[in-house]
Structures are given as structure tokens and as C-alpha cells.
Design a protein around this ligand. Sequence first.
Ligand code: SF4
Ligand code: SF4
Ligand code: SF4
Length: 324
Amino acid sequence: MSKKDKEKSSEDPKIDEILESSRRDFLKKVGIVGAASVAGAAAIYSGYRYEHAKSDGESVKVLTEDNRLVLIPKDQMKDYKPDPKRLLLRGRDGIKGKKWVMIIDLSKCRNARKCVNACQGAHHLRPYEYHINTLQMQESVNTPAYHMPKPCQHCDNPPCVSVCPVDATFKRQDGIVLIDNERCIGCRFCMAACPYSARMFHWQEPLAAEADKGKEYDIELNVPQKKGTISKCLFSADRLREGALPYCVSACPNGVFYFGDENENAVTNGTTKETVNLKELLEKNGAYRLMAELGTKPRVYYLPPKNRIFDFEKGEEQEYKELT
Ligand code: SF4
Ligand code: SF4
Ligand code: SF4
């Protein structure tokens, strides 16, 4: 993913209003509205937060959202309290101009399960709670078995969304299907409606309930997780916001995952970091989508498990190093 993918600010007027008013409040508080630019960055104000860095005597240098360096009297710096609704608003809205897509190359999966572990770590899940899991597949007794990583398919026609009675789960303009755990009432209609069994229910107190206590809820990360609500793959929306690839995609040692933007017709391999033409990758490899006949239109494509250069070994965790 290129740097230009980084989302610096939302174009949504509601969000921009919040950002702008937060910025104005902050600048007013620290008394630097209209201050002259100075050289040398020491702190960053990125629209949602700023970080203190080296102090220059009684003043601190700050990089404003519009890339101006300004000098702030140190004794006037105060902690900035962000608008509590901003994460929910941008989480609902998504990242403008993007249509995220994931490609999973089944010919390379050796069941290393690094994708599973990375996802569980990021989302504070227990070892038996999954946003993605690797399944052992075999079409018939005459065809070889293979491993299949399976996250939420982020369907363009998602049956899970239409059954939610409280609008807790929704489809964003960038293709991601998310859940607002603060709205979710735990009815589990969405679980029943999902043909891919992609959703899980938090029957127990989440793993990190104590550690996450008091943390601001990030709808794009689903942390803190909440007992009695639903959780599932989020296409790592928080990572995309930062211009990075999803946790699972980056963690795979075997080059299984590609991720990118359908609008740019480009996807990047999480292991090799090579960016390739999306349409060519799909066409040349006979890509398919799971249960396409249902009309759910998944945003996850699979490349068939062809020409594999290793044997399927049930339950074994294998990594790329054996191939090199
Ligand atoms: S895979 Fe299931 S949970 Fe994910 S969008 Fe499709 S129907 Fe919804
Ligand atoms: S469990 Fe939550 S997200 Fe799913 S349908 Fe019920 S309220 Fe909506
Ligand atoms: S995209 Fe993110 S949330 Fe989805 S399975 Fe991968 S790591 Fe988990």
C-alpha cells in the first residue's frame, strides 16, 4: 500500500467540522492561533491527537494539522480531549474513494496460523475466539486436501446487515462491514444470517476486560470487546486508516494474502510487499468467491490450491523457510 493511501483527514463535513473545531479549541487553549511558523519539528498535532516532544526552554514546537510549525508556551499546553463521537462517525463513514479487497492464495497456505495469532493479538481475543481461522478442506476423495484461511467475506450484499434490528452492523462506502458493539444488543440474528459463519459471540467476559477498562471504544478495532455482543473480522479498518496492511496479511510468512484497493486495481502481497495488478491476478489464476451462487458478493477472493510444492500435513504448522 502506498503512502498516498494514508488517510490524513475525512472529507465528510460532519467529521471535518469536529476535527476543525477540536483543532481550533486546542489552538485557542494553547494560545497559538495565527502564530508564525518556526523550523524544526518537535511535536505533532495530527487532527486527533498531539504528542509532546522536546521542549525548547519555555516553549514547545508543534506541527499543526495544516503542516505549520508553531511555537507554543509550554505552561499553556493542556491535554486535548477528543470529541467522543469522532471514532464512531469516521468508523461509520469509512475511508473515502476506497474499495478494499482481499485475495487469499490457497496454493501457498501451509497452515502457519500466523494470521490467526496476529488477529487474536490485535483484537484481544482468546485462543479459541476467531475473526479468521484456517480450515482443512477437501473437495473429494480424489483431490488433495488443502488449508483455507477464512475471515469475514465483507459481502457487498451482506445478509447479516439487513437482519440487524438496531443498525449495529453496517456496510461502509469502502466495502467494510463493521459492528458497533455499543449498539449491539446481542440478539445474534446476524450470526444466523451469515452463510460463512464469520461471526462470533462473546459469551464470556473478554480476555482483556480488566486491562481495557476505561479505554476509549474504537469501532474500527472492536476494542474494548464487550460481553454479550458480536465480533468478527473488520478488514483491520484501524490499520487501513494508518496506511498499513491488515494484521493477518502482514503476519503471514508464506505470501498467502494480497490486500488492496479495487478502485486502484492494485493489491499488495503481505509477505513480499510486491504490488500487482488486481484484475490480472484474479483472471490468470482462476479466482473464485465462496458460495458465489448466494449472491452475497464477497470482497474476498480465493486463488485455487493448484501447483502446490508441499504436501498437506494435517494440523502441522509450517513456514516458508522450508521452501527456500
Ligand atoms: S461473511 Fe457473513 S458476517 Fe461477513 S459480511 Fe458476509 S454475511 Fe456478513
Ligand atoms: S447481535 Fe448485534 S449486530 Fe447482530 S443482529 Fe443482533 S444487534 Fe445486530
Ligand atoms: S483483516 Fe484484520 S480483523 Fe480481519 S482477520 Fe485479518 S487481522 Fe483479523
